[in-house]
Design a protein around this ligand. Structure first.
Ligand SMILES: [Zn+2]
Length: 132
């Protein structure tokens, strides 16, 4: 199928599909009379990329996953990468919860830019005492 059909069926724009090909996230398509000619495998690959992106994986990490050999070691290597990503997500969630608490603690701030009376700075100090 041509890139337009792949885009329509996958919901991923042609520009993004070409970009994914360029950075090695998608395998290079065959060429038919100079045009990219995708198979249904590309559709599956785009579903895979979408699921990984929504799970927090970067394109660089997705490329590494794609490069894993289809062997008995693959599931073990996937598990290592997935556990590492879970650690990253846990850290990010913790940081976002702290940011949320900081903002919630400063909703009624009326300091007019005076740090000494700023509840945002006070709330931030409570959330991130190590940064002082
Ligand atoms: Zn303030």
């Amino acid at each position: 199928m041509k890139i337009g059909e792949l885009a329509r069926r996958s919901g991923v724009s042609p520009t993004t599909i070409r970009y994914y090909g360029g950075v090695g996230v998608l395998p290079p398509p065959a060429r038919a009379r100079g045009q990219r000619d995708y198979t249904d495998c590309a559709l599956d690959a785009l579903r895979f990329v979408g699921a990984l992106k929504r799970s927090g994986f970067t394109l660089s990490e997705i490329r590494k996953l794609r490069e894993l050999p289809k062997s008995e070691q693959t599931s073990a290597k996937w598990r290592v990468l997935a556990m590492s990503k879970l650690d990253d997500l846990t850290q990010t969630i913790s940081e976002l919860r702290a940011a949320q608490a900081t903002i919630e603690g400063a909703l009624d701030c009326a300091c007019d830019g005076r740090p000494a009376s700023c509840t945002l700075i006070a709330a931030d100090s409570r959330q991130s005492p190590a940064i002082r």
